[in-house]
Design a protein around this ligand. Sequence first.
Ligand SMILES: Cc1cc2nc3c(=O)[nH]c(=O)nc-3n(C[C@H](O)[C@H](O)[C@H](O)COP(=O)(O)OP(=O)(O)OC[C@H]3O[C@@H](n4cnc5c(N)ncnc54)[C@H](O)[C@@H]3O)c2cc1C
Ligand code: FES
Length: 357
Amino acid sequence: MGLLVSFVKESPLPFPIKGAIRYENQALFHPKKYLLHMAKKIQGDGSFIFENTRFFDINEGKPNTVIVEGGQLKAKNIVIASNYPFGTRGAYFSRLFPKRSYALAAKLKGPVPRGMFITVEDPFNSIRHHTSKEEGDVIIIGGQNHRAGVGEDALEHYRKLQEYAFERFDIESILYRWSTHDSVSVDRVPYIGKLTSRSNNIFVATGFGGWGMTNATVSGKILSDLVLGKPNPWALLYSPSRMISAKAGQKFLLHNVQASISLLKGRFKKFPHLEVQSLSLGQAMIFELEGRKVGVFKDQQGKIHAVSTTCTHMGCTLNWNNAEESWDCPCHGSSFSCDGKLIHGPAAIDLEKIDVL
Ligand SMILES: Cc1cc2nc3c(=O)[nH]c(=O)nc-3n(C[C@H](O)[C@H](O)[C@H](O)COP(=O)(O)OP(=O)(O)OC[C@H]3O[C@@H](n4cnc5c(N)ncnc54)[C@H](O)[C@@H]3O)c2cc1C
Ligand code: FES
């Protein structure tokens, strides 16, 4: 299995990183090894893990039924841990912000600082070391958080992160880069507990706000107590039905106003008539075709990928993400591949493919 978790307390700090702090006594997890190890423990004795099995809906009953691709699963208790809860139940889309963050891994010319660091500036960056068999010591730098799906030049965020990396470190080469979403609650405390105040056996864990390692562990502790009917001292604090402060209420309003503006903008914006030939390699555009909005992407090989750009969640018009080559929703952050395959909810179904040739 290799090293699952290492404690960074003992690691020497070869040099400070300008503008960054490091907390003592932290544990550095290898998330994949950690999850694989837990998955091994789950399998068996009445517990199963189904991989590559997308769920579409849940019918509440005794037992509950989960509608999955090609069938159904029955369970007394269900925990929805799909990041952004799908669909509209519990109206999580109105109280979770989709946040996109970026990371890159680089080889340094000199030694890699040991430990985990966070910068004090806004927007912040996080920095940590990683040692792999293939690459040896590398540095991982994260940051450039922003509301997902707003149609900015996503490559610009990678450029800025790279700029920061070259400014602060003696970089030999950039090895990898990636980005994805997380969701943030309006008061920045995750929602962990019953899906709605009326759901007895359906639970949710979401809104980890970029702090999944610790918040997932908190979720496990609270939800196992709730399922077993035991009291938990933290349940009320994290309850999805909790009262929120006036400040969080303002954020809630702002988020929903932004989502409504995006919905209206997309609905009334005029797009050019379909002209696939006008696209260059690697370019994507939205066109009008018989009153519908069609997103067309011409890949580097010249292949055309065309889909409806009406989000299957609540109908907002999607924006092109030029870094991930995906269609992203400005309202609640659903994300789809260039061929319309759902990557990230709250939408639960793929986009319609359109024949434009
Ligand atoms: C760049 C970046 C760096 C980060 N660094 C850190 C860090 O250093 N430390 C830290 O603690 N956290 C970090 N985080 C945050 C952490 O990754 C998240 O908080 C955490 O992964 C969220 O967990 P989740 O279970 O809510 O969602 P996810 O990890 O997204 O898991 C949800 C799962 O549900 C599946 N799913 C979704 N819909 C369906 C469906 N309909 N049917 C079946 N399956 C479905 C998805 O495929 C996915 O596997 C980082 C996040 C980013 C983006
Ligand atoms: S994610 Fe809600 S409308 Fe697209």
